[in-house]
Design a protein around this ligand. Sequence first.
Ligand code: ATP
Ligand code: MG
Length: 269
Amino acid sequence: MVKEHNESWIPFNHPRRESLIIREMLVDGFKAGYVATQGLIAHGRGECFDYLIGEVSIPPALTAERIAVAVLLTAKHPVISVNGNTAALVPRQIVKLAGLVNARIEVNLFYRTREREELIAKVLRDNGAEEVLGVGDDASCVIPELFSERRRASCRGIYVADVVLVPLEDGDRTEALRRMGKTVIAIDLNPLSRTSRAASITIVDNVVRAIPNMIKFAEELRNWSRDELVNMVRGFNNDENLRSVLRYIVDRLNKLANEDFLIEFPKQQ
Ligand code: ATP
Ligand code: MG
């Protein structure tokens, strides 16, 4: 079922080639039935913010990624939450990261249907996951204050987790998880979203860069002692880090506003 996405039509020298390939991965996930229509729209919002940061992992993102890995490594019961977009974009990398930090993987959908749950679990298993929580009857615990299918979580996973990594999560659910006393690590390109503001650690980066970066940090930090990791985390302030993201964007846009950055074309005769 995990097939190569169709990128054959994208010219090799297309200036937006990488971004177009990412779109193809989502379209394939959509056609396969596990990316929600709304997921395609959410991706567009993410792309907009990615343009503003220059489509690179900016220094405050790298800081948050490193801290997030330290928090995952010191957690008692870490869980990585996976939705349709994440499964379409970084399935192999999610499984690898989960292995390195000893986290469980749980399917967690905003638009939950049995079919999508099972398809996502299959994508993850095809990419090496041994166990995927949150499918069918496994998602029988209830996150307080949320309504409809969105509140369901695995009683062995997110419900009892002390640390939850939520790539591309919704604000409401992030807030509900925080109110349950959990440490929430969000990956969200929009530094102004409710998710970004409510999370304990906010990684403002594209999930396609964030997860590979976190794998590298995990390979380094897993050899550190618990005390060293705890000390590193102690110095981190999420509000301050989010302010650094906004300052980065403001400075970048100011620089661009003072430069000749428009594309020049030959004058017409
Ligand atoms: P919130 O509910 O937190 O206030 P929202 O309702 O604006 O945010 P949602 O649709 O709930 O947004 O969540 C999608 C979020 O995921 C958006 O903020 C978008 O910027 C972000 N996003 C989309 N694609 C990516 C990606 N590839 N990497 C990281 N973030 C992404
Ligand atoms: Mg939302």
